[in-house]
Design a protein around this ligand. Structure first.
Ligand code: FAD
Length: 360
């Protein structure tokens, strides 16, 4: 029996698995995920932080999904490396899994640039997964101030969620406004005002140059020289595709995985989808996609079908991935909007949303 291995169990990985199963009931599917949880709506993790939701409420599928779909799901297992010449992946626990086709859907992570002194301290966290939310929740009782570095969707959602915890929240952004590239200036202003009403301070055109603390983060220093005490530093910076396990292999990465129109990498039986794809310095022959849940879902399903067609020797029937797909829905605070909404639509949504109406 042919075997397709999927690294990642989120928007792209889950959609790949579903597309494979719809088209083939027999092929063996193994999904490896570093996270302990079944697939969930990542864009709603702020809801857990606000105590509104139990993590289970975010799960995408019924509990028995992996069993009924005959998917060998390996949660809490991290891929250490891929050996394309042997068609094998090696997990950190030394398990070797051999595949006929591999789909990489490992997403991306926020990082502190190496130029920032003192990175790697306890309390410097991403806001990407349920584990991050649990770590933040543990630190909240001993933190008076929380800094959020970066004003993208994850950073803004984290700041808003924590503004409900009686903490001082400061967003540090190197840009002149929040959600640059996602909202226009007027919409960004409306959202900034709402956050200010929630006592979230936004420091624009600033960067962090040093993180202080003896093991645990205690303070940060801005490029202006100002020092801010904080017990948690949330990162929404330098989103980098998770490709470490592909370093020094025949798979072309720069730093995301480079794919052709069929989402196939430079190795013929390795496909990729979602945030792990190349996002920087795209050359003409490669695609450059924004990070988006809906795009990842769409790509996952194309990568799944194409991996299957590859195994069925139907390469000439592989599906092309469109390069002009709209970025998908925007979920900011408790709003859900079509991408690039009109200003009046945005303001109406903001004014009638729970976040505007609730008491401070
Ligand atoms: C707070 C927040 C809000 C967001 N809001 C929006 C929004 O409003 N609209 C929108 O379109 N998008 C939004 N996004 C972005 C969206 O969630 C991502 O674009 C989407 O999740 C990408 O899906 P993916 O499957 O490519 O990767 P991911 O969802 O990142 O999943 C990758 C999975 O692979 C696993 N993995 C990584 N490395 C390994 C390894 N070595 N071994 C095993 N497993 C590994 C990871 O642990 C993870 O589970 C938001 C994201 C966040 C964090």
């Amino acid at each position: 029996m042919k075997h397709i291995v999927i690294i990642g169990n989120s928007a792209a990985g889950m959609s790949a698995a579903k597309a494979i199963r719809i088209n083939d009931k027999d092929v063996k599917i193994t999904m490896v995920s570093e996270e302990q949880y079944p697939a969930y709506r990542r864009f709603e993790i702020a809801e857990i932080l606000m105590n509104k939701l139990n993590p289970q409420k975010l799960f995408l599928n019924p509990n028995e999904f992996y069993e009924t779909e005959h998917i060998d799901f390996l949660p809490g297992r991290k891929v250490d490396r891929v050996i394309p010449k042997k068609n094998a992946i090696i997990l950190f626990d030394k398990t070797k899994i051999v595949y006929d086709a591999l789909i990489v859907a490992s997403g991306s992570s926020a990082n502190v640039s190496k130029d920032v002194k003192g990175s790697g301290k306890h309390g410097v966290l991403g806001f990407r997964n349920i584990g991050n939310v649990q770590d933040i929740t543990e630190l909240i009782p001993i933190s008076h101030t929380v800094c959020v570095w970066g004003a993208g969707i994850a950073g803004i959602n984290a700041a808003y969620a924590m503004s409900k915890k009686n903490l001082e929240i400061k967003i540090i952004s190197s840009k002149a406004r929040i959600l640059e590239g996602i909202l226009n200036e007027d919409m960004a202003k409306s959202l900034e005002n709402l956050l200010k009403d929630k006592r979230v301070e936004i420091l624009f055109n600033k960067s962090i140059v040093e993180i202080f603390g003896n093991g645990d983060v205690k303070a940060i220093k801005l490029d202006s020289g100002k020092v801010i005490g904080c017990g948690i530093l949330i990162l929404d910076k330098n989103l980098t595709p998770n490709t470490k396990f592909l370093e020094n292999t025949e798979v072309n990465i720069s730093p995301g995985i480079r794919v052709d129109e069929f989402l196939r990498s430079s190795v013929e039986n390795i496909f990729a989808a979602g945030d792990v794809l190349n996002r920087r310095d795209p050359k003409e022959e490669y695609f450059d996609f924004p990070n988006s849940w809906d795009i990842a879902v769409n790509q996952g399903s194309i990568a799944g079908e194409n991996a299957l067609k590859f195994l069925q020797s139907k390469v000439d029937q592989m599906i092309s991935c469109p390069d002009d797909v709209p970025p998908g829905k925007l979920r900011i605070l408790d709003l859900e909007l079509e991408a690039a909404p009109a200003l009046d639509v945005f303001n109406d949504a903001l004014n009638s949303s729970g976040c505007k109406q609730e008491d401070n």
